[in-house]
Design a binder for this molecule. Structure first.
Ligand SMILES: *Cc1c(COP(=O)(O)O)cnc(C)c1O
Length: 356
């Protein structure tokens, strides 16, 4: 049976990217060696990193003066790496969910943290509005897509102080104005590559301004100066990221991805809004295109488990909602075909018709 992969992360990648990765695991570029057993210093690997960086810059239209680096440690390590490198006296955070809160927790270890706004009281069902960024903070941190709650910031704010964004789950899903950001980071396993590599895009001039000692591995400058080769980088995930970036370029880049992502999200949200049984959890103006969260209305709650079984029997994978929201979450990353969204909608309609 065909599987429809709605996993939240690690998540779906284009089939041809996976097949190309498999080939490289057996024989990397006809060298008679697996990519798993070559040195990252070998002549074959440097071009992989160089091309991946170049494609980041090209696809995201990254201006001059920025560096792109690949690290280990996941987005979670960035929660402390950002303050290590930027925090002098005070930082400001927009609290839009568990990931934002975890980032704030790490920053608090460095000094005063201002929570600019929060939707915690409403279980993070919306992106707060009407807040102002304090001009005396060292940086302002946002989480553009809240993977767990299905809310998303779809504009690139103006910020009077350096803006840092966790884009783990929506990078490459739409064109962004990188010039509005000082740092953009993310774990790659949502929309770019398999788990194991973290990307960081940094405006070079924000570094070098803090007075503390920064541990070598946590200092962005170390990795910029060494082209992501200071220590052994996650070789295989970087290679798969490169293949996916090539795929993105060949398929029209981020503008084409955005068009497709809007189409998929509209299709599913319309089905949810027109359903008698299901209801979306995020407020409409904050809805994410990447993670679409919905539950059964109170009067039908008892059917949630049965629907999950039914959908699973029809090939749906990974649609169980995060435990802090409940219900269902359909993650619709770039690689998810519109046919999978349609298959899920058919499933919802068939189930609803059988009960009402
Ligand atoms: C998944 C996720 C993280 C955590 O990423 P790791 O790579 O597992 O550390 C952080 N932020 C957001 C928005 C996420 O979706």
């Amino acid at each position: 049976m065909k599987k429809h992969n709605f996993n939240a992360g690690p998540s779906i990648l284009p089939r041809e990217v996976i097949e190309e990765t498999a080939k490289a695991v057996l024989d990397f570029q006809g060298e008679g060696l697996s990519i798993l057993e070559i040195s990252h210093r070998a002549k074959y690997f440097q071009p992989v990193v160089d091309e991946a960086v170049a494609l980041f810059k090209e696809l995201l239209n990254i201006p001059e003066g920025y560096s792109v680096i690949f690290l280990g440690g996941g987005a979670s390590t960035q929660f402390c790496m950002v303050p290590f490198n930027l925090f002098e006296k005070k930082a400001a955070y927009l609290n839009t969910g568990v990931w934002a809160k975890k980032a704030m927790k790490e920053a608090k270890g460095f000094g005063e943290v201002v929570e600019v706004a929060s939707s915690a009281d409403a279980n993070y069902t919306f992106i707060p509005k009407g807040w102002t960024i304090p001009t005396d903070a060292d940086y302002f941190h946002i989480t553009t897509n809240n993977t767990i709650y299905g809310t998303e910031i779809l504009e690139d704010f103006d910020s009077p102080i350096p803006m840092v964004a966790d884009m783990s789950s929506d990078i490459f899903s739409r064109p962004i104005d990188v010039s509005k950001y000082a740092i953009i980071y993310g774990g790659a396993q949502k929309n770019l590559a398999p788990a194991g590599v973290t990307f960081v895009i940094i405006r070079n001039d924000v570094l070098g301004k803090v007075s503390r000692y920064i541990p070598t591995m946590l200092n962005y400058q170390t990795h910029i100066d060494n082209g992501s080769m200071f220590n052994t980088p996650p070789v295989l995930p970087i290679y798969t990221a490169l293949l996916n970036l090539r795929y993105l370029k060949a398929h029209g880049g981020v503008a084409a991805m955005e068009k497709k992502n809007i189409e998929k999200a509209n299709l599913l949200y319309n089905a949810i809004d027109n359903s008698k049984m299901f209801v979306g959890t995020a407020q409409k103006e904050s809805r994410s295109r990447m993670n679409i969260c919905f539950v059964m209305k109170d009067e039908y709650k008892q059917y949630e488990e049965e629907f999950l079984k039914f959908a699973t029997s029809k090939g749906m994978v990974g649609i169980k909602g995060h435990r802090s929201v409940g219900g269902f979450r359909a993650s619709c990353y770039n690689a998810l075909p519109i046919e999978s969204v349609q298959a899920l909608i058919d499933c919802m309609k068939e189930f609803e018709a059988s009960k009402l």
